[in-house]
Design a protein around this ligand. Structure first.
Ligand code: HEM
Length: 181
């Protein structure tokens, strides 16, 4: 998993609980990287899970809640750092439909070692998109946070539903906008 994901997770956690508390947490974890991440490096997803687990214990927030918040945080970073992927996209559904065949394709060119999920999308109606998510990593709640942040970004009222199993690496999302753009 790209170092960028780790550096952003640490920024979010430091923002929430403070740098000292975060340093203490990292010290308690037996991380191969010692908690020193470079945005361009690559690190095992296991370490991300260890950090999320430890922040969960510290804050009392569930790991799914933290992953979800992290998805929202990461989406804002993507909007800021990669505006080119958002150009020409007028609705959240159009954006989400483009992740697999456009956005993550470009991500793979930029970072050939990126570990990306697979999405299959299907428009049920103009305002209703089904998005099935498959990964090798248990990041369903992170993905949920990204999708909800995407809907909020385009400022269109709508709902995101998810069907998954606890601890699963796959999920069926359905994004329904209240009305057409
Ligand atoms: C709402 C839109 C998006 C969704 C739903 C989405 C979904 C995901 C998910 C769920 C992951 C975690 C990996 C996994 O699940 O196996 C991921 C990783 C990633 N995505 Fe996206 N993504 C979105 C937009 C973007 C954008 C705009 C970028 C722009 C650069 C991007 C770049 C990345 C990168 C760099 C990773 C990390 C890969 C790694 O750690 O090796 N994604 N994405």
């Amino acid at each position: 998993m790209k170092g960028l994901v780790f550096t952003e997770l640490l920024s979010m956690a430091e923002d929430a609980i403070g740098e000292d508390a975060m340093d203490d947490i990292l010290d308690t974890l037996d991380l191969d990287s010692d908690g020193a991440y470079s945005a361009v490096g690559n690190y095992p997803c296991r370490e991300l899970m260890q950090i999320v687990g430890a922040v969960s214990e510290h804050t009392g927030l569930g790991t799914d809640v933290l992953q979800h918040k992290f998805g929202e945080w990461m989406f804002a970073r993507f909007v800021e750092g990669y505006p080119q992927f958002f150009e020409g996209k007028t609705t959240a559904l159009e954006m989400l439909d483009a992740i697999e065949n456009e956005v993550h394709v470009e991500v793979r060119k930029l970072y050939p070692d990126a570990e990306l999920p697979t999405f299959k999308t299907e428009f049920v109606t103009e305002t209703d998109l089904k998005m099935s998510y498959h990964s090798e990593r248990p990041l369903v709640a992170f993905c949920h946070g990204l999708i909800e942040a995407c809907v909020a970004h385009f400022a269109q009222p709508g709902r995101v539903s998810v069907v998954t199993q606890p601890g699963s690496t796959t999920a069926e999302f359905e994004i329904t906008l209240d009305r057409a753009a």
